[in-house]
Write a protein of this length. Structure first.
Length: 373
């Protein structure tokens, strides 16, 4: 019995010794396991089915509706029909904010952002095109003489009554044709994008589950950050004078001639950026998104998770932007500090999304904005 007891003790000691010598997992190994366990295919499918495709379809519907309203106005030249076209233009401007973050695949081929919304509009080029009646909307010289900014200029004008704008169309067949051509240009490009998602690109997008340059995740994160840059710079910073040593250019705000919903467009843009980050659908359903990915990898940012830090910063940016009054052009001049406060929060958000998140996920930011953030 005594020998048996000694033997049992020896076996226990050996077992304990082996147990204590067992190598602990490193933090990187834990992260690799979490990475492998996270279903990136499900996340990409959620982006395709709940956000990207529905947003493109909604934009197509809005553009078709705008085109139909313009056709009615072109026939009547009435003030009532002009106002109806303007309402449809506002809807399309809003819908555009929700597709601007998805410029990959056919959307990149069609250069949807540049062709739809390069602003401020080159009004001299627009007027020259109309005067000559001869132009090619696909050449670089016309990139800021078409799309939504051109419609904004032509359908509203500056210091002109509604009746005066309608009269300009009634007196100029070239003007009528030019707007129709701008709409046709947008419809052709957007239809091609919608068709590409229906005819195979969805499968390509969901199937590309790596993190290398050109992967769906890489494209998604790069475009998300490009959009934050555009929000910070084009919608707010440039008009505010952040790129011109404090000299303000309120006339460079988005939808400047409509003079009534430029702040709304900035809010819609920020809301869409948050939706993309969260994987949240147009109807508000919270699906698998980048936030879930960061949490699955247990990424920290100081004493908090990076996800919580980013979500808190979204809240701060939205709260400051909510204080800016319409139109942006007037607020920039009359309430500069309020607009500047919103700009500061956008800068903080961009740093988190463009530096911290890509670093944590192994994504390379490939675009250049040239402003040093």
């Amino acid at each position: 019995m005594k020998k048996n007891g000694i033997l049992i003790c020896l076996l226990l000691c050996v077992a304990l010794s082996l147990s204590s010598c067992k190598k602990k997992k490193s933090a990187s190994e834990d992260e690799e396991e979490a990475e492998a366990a996270f279903d990136k295919g499900a996340m990409l499918a959620n982006y395709a089915d709940a956000l990207i495709i529905p947003n493109y379809q909604a934009a197509k519907s809005a553009l078709d509706s705008l085109d139909a309203a313009y056709t009615a106005f072109a026939q009547s030249k009435s003030v009532a029909d002009l106002q109806a076209v303007r309402q449809k233009l506002q809807v399309m401007y809003v819908k555009f904010q929700h597709i601007s973050t998805s410029e990959f695949g056919q959307a990149e081929t069609e250069l949807i952002r540049a062709n739809f919304n390069t602003y401020p509009a080159d009004t001299a080029q627009i007027n020259a095109n109309i005067a000559s009646g001869a132009y090619n909307l696909d050449i670089a010289a016309n990139i800021d003489a078409k799309g939504l900014p051109a419609l904004d200029f032509l359908l509203y004008g500056k210091n002109t009554t509604d009746a005066g704008v309608a009269a300009l169309f009634a007196g100029s067949p070239n003007r009528l044709t030019y707007v129709a051509d701008c709409l046709s240009d947008m419809k052709t490009k957007l239809n091609a994008v919608v068709a590409s998602w229906a005819n195979g690109y969805r499968t390509t997008f969901v199937g590309s589950q790596g993190s290398q340059i050109g992967s769906s995740l890489g494209l998604l994160i790069n475009q998300l950050n490009f959009e934050v840059d555009l929000l910070k710079n084009a919608k707010v910073g440039i008009p505010l004078g952040k790129k011109s040593m404090g000299v303000m250019y309120p006339e460079k705000t988005e939808a400047y001639y409509a003079n009534g919903y430029s702040v709304q467009l900035a809010k819609e843009c920020l809301q869409n950026i948050e939706n993309v980050y969260l994987g949240r659908s147009r109807s508000g359903n919270d699906g698998k998104g980048l936030d879930d990915y960061l949490d699955a990898l247990k990424i920290q940012h100081g004493s908090e998770t990076l996800n919580n830090t980013i979500k808190t910063q979204f809240g701060a940016a939205k709260a400051k932007l909510a204080l800016v009054q319409e139109p942006m052009s007037a607020s920039i001049v009359n309430n500069t500090a309020v607009v500047d406060a919103a700009y500061v929060e956008m800068v903080k958000l961009l740093v988190l999304l463009k530096t911290d998140m890509p670093s944590a996920l192994g994504i390379v930011i490939t675009y250049q904005d040239g402003d040093g953030d």
